[in-house]
Design a protein around this ligand. Structure first.
Ligand code: NAD
Length: 249
């Protein structure tokens, strides 16, 4: 493992265009469950599709009820040593950008500037009106739910929804284009905590490989890219990433 960590540190230090790609696994050590591990979110809930959300009040109530169930974990969550290590590498001028599938905002809370975090699946702390587009906060929506408003609506009458990409909802065009461009032009691409199963996010490591980038994967379980990567570490992000940073200091 130590050799693999040194090799990753050496590649990061080479000063090329370094990109980090994160998934739900980087935030499990912050207390936010991932989707596909045992005990993850898909063991508890089935997804509500976007068209169901838009066409049925019952589906909206169901959707918001699940969000409310996850709310206590979300507000308690703080960046863990993996998020802090990535922020440290950025501060050292060694990371170009982070592409994330996560919706929890923990990279920004760890210190990365907003413009350096490409959120492919949106951000759950932001609430958007599906009619007028007005943005409000999750805390406001949660207060309304707790007061008995089970599927909150905007003053314009539109449905309020966390600003995340639901199944069946279009991906954010600008974010996908930026992530594609970065992945196609990077020299080093490091995956942290993702099954690499969700599309189109999982195309990004493919673009990096096609460009000849060095591919590192730090993940607890298998991914379809394990045989194609240059370094694979089956370890906890919060333990491995601080060791990489330590190697650079
Ligand atoms: P996933 O749930 O499919 O996979 C998570 C992966 O992380 C698994 O392979 C697991 O073995 C690994 N993992 C778990 N804990 C780890 C740790 N401490 N260190 C290293 N690896 C660890 O997640 P995904 O690939 O990101 O895709 C799921 C979708 O879920 C994404 O679209 C994302 O939007 C959403 N999601 C986000 C959050 C979040 O924002 N924190 C949480 C759950 C789901």
């Amino acid at each position: 493992m130590d050799d693999k960590i040194s090799l990753i540190a050496q590649k990061i230090a080479e000063g090329g265009k370094n990109v980090v790609f994160t998934g739900a696994g980087i935030s499990t050590e912050s207390g936010i469950p991932d989707y596909r591990s045992k005990g993850g979110i898909w063991d508890k809930f089935q997804p509500v599709y976007f068209d169901e959300f838009m066409s049925s009040k019952k589906a909206r109530i169901e959707y918001w009820w699940r969000k409310a169930e996850l709310y206590p974990d979300l507000v308690k969550a703080k960046p863990n040593p993996a998020h802090m290590s990535i922020a440290r590498l950025y501060e050292m001028g060694l990371i170009e950008s982070v592409i994330t599938q996560n919706i929890d905002g923990l990279h920004q809370e760890a210190g990365l500037p907003d413009e350096k975090v490409i959120e492919l699946h949106g951000n759950t702390c932001r609430i958007r009106c599906m009619s007028c587009g007005k943005i409000s906060s999750i805390h406001e929506a949660q207060n309304r739910i707790e007061a008995g408003d089970l599927a909150p609506e905007c003053e314009c009458g539109g449905y309020l929804k966390p600003d995340t990409i639901s199944f069946g909802q279009a991906m954010p065009r600008e974010e996908v284009e930026r992530a594609t461009e970065l992945s196609r032009n990077c020299d080093f691409f490091m995956v942290v905590g993702s099954t690499l199963l969700v599309q189109p996010a999982a195309l990004m490591p493919n673009y990096a490989i096609q460009h000849g980038a060095f591919l590192a994967i730090i993940n607890l379980s298998e991914t379809p890219f394990d045989k194609m990567c240059d370094v694979l570490i089956r370890g906890k992000a919060g333990e491995v990433l601080p060791k990489i940073v330590k190697c650079m200091c």
